[in-house]
Structures are given as C-alpha cells and as structure tokens.
Design a protein around this ligand. Structure first.
Ligand code: PMP
Length: 355
C-alpha cells in the first residue's frame, strides 16, 4: 500500500448509513421474493425494441429522452415540460435532493420507509428527520407537526415500502394544506399501479393545483424493467427545471428509453399482469391471515409481516426452504408477491412456521 497521504474527502462520508441492496438469488431454483421485482420476464415486444438499440450503443442516447417524454405526456395528460426522467426513481430522488436541499436543511419522511432515503439525504448534506409510523402507516399529523423553518423537503412514500400501507385522499389533502408552500412534498409512487383502493389518491391528480408537490414513478415495478434503471418525476415547471439542471447528462440509457417506450405501447398487457399480481396479493394476504398471521392491508406488490425478534429466524427458515424474503432488523419481513407457484411455496413455509 502507498504511504502517501490519502486525498481529503468529505469528513462525513465514511459515516453515512449505507444502502444495503437485496442479495442476488444464489440460483434460479430459489424464489426471489426479496426485492419487490416483477416476477414476469419482459414481453417479446420490449426485448425487440432493445434489439434495435443494441446496434447503436457506440452512440450516446437522446439526452432529453424526448420521445419517451412525449409519450408519457400523452399517456398521463401532463405537459412535457412537467416530466423529468432519470436513472431509476432512485436517481430522480438524488436529483431532487440536489435541486432542493443543502447543508443544514431538513428532509422529513416516515420511518420505517424506503431504506435509501436516509442515505441519499445525508449524501446531499442535509439532515433526515424520521417520523415513526403509527400502526404501520404514515402519521401525517405528526409529520406536519414536525415541519420547522429548516424543512425543505418531505417525502411521502405511498404505498409505503416496506409496510405496504397507503395514505388516503382526505388525510393527504389535509396534510398538504398544512405544509408551507415553500416546502417541496415528494409523493414517491413507485408502486402506484398496484393500488386498487379508490380512497388512495393518484398523486398526479394532487400535484395539478399544488406547485410544491412532485410525484415520482418508475418503470422498475409494474413495468418490470428494474435492471434498466428508468423512472421519472412529474413536477411543476420551476421544480422540473431545477431537477433537469441537476440531472446526470445521459442518465437514461438508450436501451432504457426504448424499453420504457415499448412498455407504454404494451401497457394493456402489462397492466393485466399487474391485475394478476394484485389478485395474488389478496390470495396471499387471506391465506396468511387464515394461518394466524397479522398482515396489514397491502396496496403494493408485497406484504409485510411484523415479526419483531423472530424476523431474522423467519427469513433464515424461508431461505433454507428456497424462498428469499427481506428481513428488516428486528421489525419484520417484507415478502414480494411472485407467481402463483412461488406464492404457494411461500405460503407453505409460513403455514409450517411455528408462531
Ligand atoms: N421508491 C421506492 C418506494 C422503492 O421501493 C424503490 C425501489 N425499491 C424505489 C423508489 C427505487 O426504484 P427505482 O430506482 O428502481 O425506480
């Protein structure tokens, strides 16, 4: 090892909480129900769209994702200048933080929620303020009470990862009415397509008359493109322009743009798969409850089992039986809804597990 002094880095970086990604499945024989992925492989039309792109990988992609934006604009009834794609919705969250917060600022979100939030907020130099969930749900009253002069952004994960619950229209509207106009509220709707409760509002409807609301969506979950990394924000022009200014140039690859566009074209078929997963969610939830488990109502493509001190033991037992689930400390286990066969195997393990 060289003895020269190390370069001077940001003093706080070595202490940042690390985002711990789900492990890869050790083999195809294992059911990977640990990363909220879509269990179905890409459609042939989506694969074909990327085939053409493969012959062009020596060229940079369209930096503006113009065609993808035009097609999203038509499909969502949102002006194109309100749309900003990025490298997965994770990339978009990072860009939003870059656009909105700096040192000394606070970013509020519920906890437990998506594990990447604290890491990305710290990395942006700001301070995360984590408001405990109440009964596995966002406590929006407590979140509004926690707003200070230093609060610059609030993230509402709806439905919430990992607890699967969603906030309802009335409570979210009351919350938005209480948040000062100069605080950006980010509605992270990574799982929006799996919502079937009509009381859960569509963030895109809420953002329309609220300039401080931005909505995040992704092609990773319902559209099954997790490996390609493409998501987007819907925001009013001032926020969208700041977000674009902070975006990584060429952050959305040509393959990702092509596959996302082909997925929009194949939306009816993909949403049919989503309906199958939602029906499976109901079946899995009912079966778990019938076996004595307490399961919150899920609006996402996963269910949550609060297991406390038995969390790790349950995850180990699942893995020994060939099913990977995601344990969170000593809080609980998140289980992604898979194919009916995968779900059957999970239910068998859960049924045999001694509570
Ligand atoms: N938000 C939430 C709530 C998530 O659960 C995830 C993925 N687990 C993401 C954002 C990131 O998704 P992606 O970067 O793949 O779009």
């Amino acid at each position: 090892m060289p003895s020269a002094p190390a370069p001077r880095l940001r003093a706080d970086v070595s202490g940042l909480p690390r985002y711990v990604p789900g492990r890869a499945a050790p083999s195809d024989l294992v059911d990977k129900l640990s990363s909220n992925e879509n269990p179905y492989p890409p459609l042939q039309s989506v694969i074909a769209s990327m085939g053409e792109e493969l012959g062009r990988v020596n060229r940079y992609p369209d930096a503006k994702s113009s065609e993808l934006i035009a097609e999203l604009s038509a499909s969502l009834a949102v002006p194109p200048e309100h749309l900003v794609p990025g490298t997965g919705s994770l990339g978009v969250i990072k860009d939003l933080l870059c656009a909105a917060v700096g040192e000394g600022d606070e970013v509020l979100f519920a906890w437990r929620s998506f594990e990447a939030y604290p890491t990305l907020v710290w990395a942006a130099g700001a301070t995360p303020v984590q408001i405990p969930l109440r009964d596995e749900r966002h406590d929006l009253e407590a979140m509004a009470d926690a707003v200070t002069d230093r609060t610059r952004m609030i993230i509402v994960c709806n439905p919430n990862n990992p607890t699967s619950t969603a906030v309802h229209r009335g409570e979210l509207e009351r919350f938005l009415d209480r948040v000062p106009d100069d605080v950006l509220v980010v509605l992270d709707e990574a799982y929006r397509e799996f919502v079937d409760d009509t009381d859960v509002p569509d963030g895109i409807e809420l953002y329309r008359d609220r300039p401080n609301v931005a909505v995040l969506r992704t092609f990773s979950k319902a559209y099954g493109l997790a490996r390609l990394r493409v998501g987007y924000a819907v925001a009013h022009p001032t926020v969208a322009a700041a977000l674009r200014a902070c975006s990584l140039p060429f952050g959305v690859s040509g393959l990702a743009q092509a596959a996302a566009r082909a997925s929009l074209k194949a939306e009816p078929e993909l949403l049919e798969r989503v309906r199958t997963l939602v029906a499976e969610r109901t079946r899995v939830t009912d079966a778990l409850r019938a076996a004595g488990w307490s399961v919150p109502d899920s609006q996402a493509n996963f269910v949550w089992l609060r297991l406390g001190s038995r969390t790790q033991a349950f995850a180990v037992a699942c893995e020994a039986a060939g099913v990977m689930v995601r344990p969170f400390g000593d809080e609980g286990v998140r289980i992604t809804i898979g194919t009916p066969e995968q779900n059957d195997r999970l239910l068998k393990i859960a049924g045999d597990w001694r509570m």
